[in-house]
Design a protein around this ligand. Structure first.
Ligand code: IMP
Length: 180
């Protein structure tokens, strides 16, 4: 099944990571996070929509008491007098003095995460770490550290396992890469 080309709208995608390979990547992330957060009670903040499957699989492998909040981010360019604004939709709890781990599906240019970091830091968490399943180093334009990277990938568009093309493809159990 994983050798199949997947067609979504006008584009074709070829297999890139099987469900078993994704599971291995998440096992490794969980092992590192479990080691670093042993004895702590971090708050996980997962970014919708893309991270919903990744976050669900990751939390099942975490061995410390943790809470998870699912949020949406809307960033937009402001007017002449305003910088970029990052609005958090759905963050109910205070993150002041909390150890926060942001759970993201992919960091590409890094712009979205940069806005999010700036916004969350205003609420004075005790610590703020980033965990991203995938990372595209060739596209990254920022200089903050991504504490936990599942896998660095080439600058190719991917779908499946939460990643979408025009809203479709999130339900594919594996990850597929744009063909040509
Ligand atoms: P950034 O602000 O450029 O880092 O973009 C991050 C967001 O772009 C991610 O949260 C994804 O929603 C989306 N994105 C970036 N690359 C891909 C991809 O290859 N497939 C699907 N979505 C992507």
């Amino acid at each position: 099944m994983e050798t199949e080309i997947v067609k979504i709208k006008d584009k074709e995608f070829k297999p890139y990571l099987t469900p078993a390979q994704i599971n291995d990547i998440i096992e490794d992330l969980a092992r590192r996070i479990n080691r670093d957060y042993a004895g702590k009670n971090p708050l996980l903040v997962a970014i919708l929509n893309g991270a919903f499957i990744f976050a669900a699989d990751l939390v099942k492998k975490l061995s410390f008491p943790c809470r998870i909040s699912l949020i949406k981010v809307s960033s937009y360019a402001g007017t002449e007098s305003t910088q970029n604004v990052c609005e958090l939709i759905g963050l109910q709890e205070s993150i002041k003095d909390e150890d926060v781990i942001i759970i993201e599906d992919i960091v590409d240019t890094g712009v979205t995460m940069s806005h999010l970091l700036e916004r969350l830091r205003k609420d004075q968490p005790r610590s703020l770490a980033i965990c991203s399943l995938l990372f595209k180093p060739e596209k990254f334009t920022k200089d903050y550290t991504i504490d936990y990277i599942g896998k660095s990938i080439p600058n190719e568009f991917v779908v499946g396992y939460g990643f979408d093309y025009d809203g479709y493809g999130r339900n594919l159990p594996g990850i597929y890469q744009l063909k040509d």
